[in-house]
Ligand binder design. Structure first.
Ligand code: ADP
Length: 487
């Protein structure tokens, strides 16, 4: 039999567009497998069958079978059903279990989420054996799949899937899956000798799922080179900096891309008018006016329209936005916010809308189609994050000829080249320290170029549209990593 040349990769993670998405992880779980398939690889994506997955996808799924799986310390067994769907060459296997996944949203609170993702990690590996599909690499994502590398080398070591190597990608280190030692021992059913400080333990009372996964994974990646360095420091390390520094030889940063078909201003059905590089300067204005009309802003192409599309959490630099919101506004500037999250930010933006009617719009909701219209209609997008592993919104913005205004951290630093007022080069406006005045200064610099040097502004817009933000380059870097592991 001819030897297989392609690499088989099983992606294991808690969300994936278009089935279920709460943030960037969902985009990556969609786009990277597709990019790898385009490179000729075989990819399966393993996901929980949450009840919130739209019926139109559930109807397309095929029942592959079921089995019982032991899980807990006291040997309780749980049902594992496997449903399958193929889309554009990627096979999606959904793990079915009503007890764990019928709660509605994917994340419902750590108390339920810990058992849910202990079950999911183990069931994913068991499902691969059940399907008799042995990957070369299991590529796990964030804390929800962090137990996979641990199970792989322990409970599954002597089973077919045990031959696979593992990669664990950190999309966001803030969330780690920390609970009491007893809770994790109970739900993983793993042996006591893993509950040590070099694997799961945080202190005498708590255990950390991500920490264990990072210790056991063959390779650890994170979604930008800068974040790979940052997380080894006290400020960004979320308590795991020492652990990551210890494992630094297997840590690497590979920057995310975006799916350029999903995000394509030239073919985007959700935009009032689509545009390519050649038409942007004439058509952006039409999208801008349509957006202003839709959101009740004063309809005027001549205004500088700023956007913010984000989860509303402290990670996203909203304290800075809040602090200088009034100063960022002037009679020629409007701001649109799209996001949900922490009520204190939701209320702050509602307040700004109420006192600046026609100039500010606070869309406190999750709305995929509005997000497209914002990327297509605003002039500049604010991403002033406190920390940002990679960030996708600045990449989407650039693809839509929208100029990013970002803080130089993590992937924002790696993907946005600061505008140089002397040469006119660069593709966005940036600031370094986490200070509100510096955000304001970046907005003022952007405003000056927009109103006083439109030719230079337009050149930045064109450069943004020319930038390669696709997955092609990064997918090849992942492929090299998989090859390295296969040996
Ligand atoms: P994170 O994963 O930290 O939330 P990213 O920048 O990596 O941030 O990814 C955010 C993704 O979620 C982008 O695709 C963005 O368009 C989308 N998004 C965030 N908030 C909303 C919202 N309220 N409505 C629609 N899309 C949103």
């Amino acid at each position: 039999m001819a030897e297989r040349t392609e690499t088989r990769v099983a992606f294991i993670g808690s969300e994936c567009y278009p089935f279920v998405k709460t943030g960037g992880l969902g985009d990556v779980m969609y786009a990277l497998p597709r990019a790898l398939v385009r490179e000729g690889q075989e990819v399966r994506v393993i996901l929980p069958l949450y009840s919130c997955i739209p019926a139109k996808y559930k109807e397309q799924m095929v029942w592959k079978g079921s089995f019982m799986m032991d899980l807990t310390q006291d040997g309780r067994s749980f049902f594992v059903g496997v449903m399958e769907l193929e889309k554009d060459g990627v096979v999606y296997d959904f793990i079915e279990n009503k007890e764990f996944f019928d709660w509605g949203n994917p994340y419902t609170g750590l108390w339920e989420d810990i058992p849910k993702y202990c079950y999911f990690a183990k069931a994913s590996l068991a499902a691969l054996n059940f399907l008799e599909w042995t990957p070369d690499v299991v590529h796990c994502h964030d804390w929800q799949a962090a137990l996979v590398p641990v199970y792989l080398r322990t409970r599954f070591a002597l089973t077919p899937v045990g031959a696979a190597r593992s990669v664990l990608t950190i999309h966001n280190l803030r969330f780690q899956g920390i609970c009491s030692i007893e809770h994790l021992k109970y739900w993983t059913g793993l042996q006591d000798d893993l509950f040590t400080y070099d694997v799961f333990l945080v202190n005498d009372n708590e255990a950390n799922m991500f920490k264990g996964g990072l210790a056991y994974a063959d390779r650890v990646t994170t979604v930008s080179e800068t974040y790979a360095q940052e997380i080894q420091t006290d400020f960004y390390g979320e308590g795991l900096n020492g652990h990551l520094w210890y494992h630094r030889a297997k840590l690497r940063g590979i920057v995310n891309g975006i799916d350029v078909e999903q995000w394509d201003p030239q073919a985007d059905q959700l935009l009032p008018v689509s545009y390519g590089r050649e038409e942007i300067l004439s058509r952006k204005g039409e999208n801008k006016r349509a957006l202003q009309r839709r959101l009740g802003l004063q309809e005027d192409e001549g205004k500088l329209l700023l956007g913010l599309v984000s989860r509303l959490t402290d990670q996203k630099g909203l304290d800075l936005v809040d602090a200088v919101f009034e100063q960022m506004l002037d009679e020629n500037t409007q701001i649109i916010v799209l996001g949900t999250g922490d009520p204190r930010y939701e209320n702050a933006f509602r307040y700004f809308e109420s006192v600046h009617k026609g100039q500010v719009s606070a869309c406190i909701m999750y709305d995929e189609s509005l997000s497209h219209q914002i990327y297509g209609g605003v002039d500049a997008l604010l991403v002033p994050s406190l920390f940002e592993p990679c960030g996708l919104t600045q990449l989407i913005a650039m693809r839509y000829g929208t100029v990013p205004i970002v803080r130089e951290t993590g992937g924002l630093k790696d993907t946005v080249e600061p505008y140089n007022e002397y040469t006119g080069e660069g593709n966005g406006f940036t600031f370094d320290r986490y200070e509100a005045d510096l955000l304001l200064d970046a907005v003022r610099r952007a405003r000056e170029v927009y109103f006083q040097h439109r030719d230079r502004w337009n050149a930045v817009v064109q450069r943004d549209m020319d930038k390669d933000v696709s997955w092609t380059h990064s997918a090849r870097q992942y492929l090299e990593l998989y090859h390295e592991l296969k040996g």
